[in-house]
Ligand binder design. Structure first.
Ligand code: FES
Length: 109
């Protein structure tokens, strides 16, 4: 898309409360559908840099990392404590298709 959004999948491909993993613009992302709403977060847990957020479970509007239980808000990617979180990406749904604005982090050397 011209506005920088990339097509990820369709809404109907997503299962309620079960994450899916995609690679978009070299960024590993986790996509969730919760109560019909779609959320896109970075898939790499900041705790041990493990790429398993997509496999997390949903609780209180958060995804819970399956490794050690760190929680991240589905909308903001932030932890409830305000500590290090995940990048979250804006989502658009057009005719059942999910688009997200996924930008790779700029590396600063
Ligand atoms: S790797 Fe996610 S909580 Fe430890």
């Amino acid at each position: 898309m011209e506005d920088g959004y990339t097509k990820i999948c369709t809404v109907s491909e997503l299962n309620e409360n079960l994450g899916k993993r995609f690679l978009v613009n070299d960024v590993d992302i986790a996509v969730f559908k919760v109560n019909g709403e779609v959320f896109v977060l970075n898939n790499t847990c900041p705790h041990q840099h493990t790429t398993i957020i997509y496999d997390g479970f949903i609780e209180d509007g958060c995804v819970v990392c399956p490794a050690h239980g760190w929680m991240f808000n589905l909308k903001t990617g932030k932890q409830p404590t305000g500590a290090r979180g995940l990048d979250s990406y804006p989502v658009k749904i057009i005719n059942d298709e999910v688009f997200a604005l996924v930008k790779a982090k700029e590396l600063k050397w």
